[in-house]
Write a protein of this length. Structure first.
Length: 165
């Protein structure tokens, strides 16, 4: 299997949206509740690969199979050096190390970017795979927001993880 990690382009949006919408409908890794349309997701794509907000696509045998992004953590300018990491891998491609490779690549970019100081991840409590992945890269658990979101008929906690870039 050939895995390529590269910067995302406009043509990736339908595949990346399909991966994200699958998680919206079937999981709790995102607190979005309704699937998004291409038009609704396009501003997200446009807001990346500028400043310290890279967006990477993982292609497995030529098929976009996952992505990682560093997004604005908060809108106030003093937070500009803090970015939020998101990683999603299609259900069909899980178990091939794609998440690890994406995180490795995007953290490498963050470390080379002098405008990035801190990488934060917000992980739904109980997501063992994501927690293990973040621990592997040295993220530290710094807190839990209890019952922060309501999805799939229950209140969910989120864990906050951080890594100095």
């Amino acid at each position: 299997m050939a895995l390529v990690i590269r910067r995302s382009v406009e043509a990736d949006l339908p595949a990346l949206l399909e991966i994200y919408n699958h998680e919206i409908e079937n999981g709790v890794a995102t607190f979005d509740l309704e699937p998004l349309t291409l038009e609704e997701r396009r501003p997200w794509l446009v807001s990346h690969n500028v400043e310290n907000h890279p967006l990477l696509t993982a292609e497995l045998d030529g098929v976009p199979s996952g992505y990682a992004s560093l997004s604005a953590f908060a809108s106030k300018r003093a937070y500009a050096g803090t970015v939020e990491l998101s990683v999603y891998v299609s259900q069909k491609a899980q178990g091939h190390g794609i998440g690890r490779r994406l995180v490795e690549a995007i953290l490498g970019m963050a470390r080379k970017d002098p405008s990035t100081h801190l990488v934060v991840s917000v992980i739904t409590s109980g997501n063992a795979a994501s927690t293990a992945l973040h621990r592997k890269f040295g993220f530290k658990h710094v807190g839990t927001l209890h019952e922060a979101g309501f999805k799939k008929g229950r209140w969910l906690d989120v864990d906050i993880w951080e890594l100095k870039a």
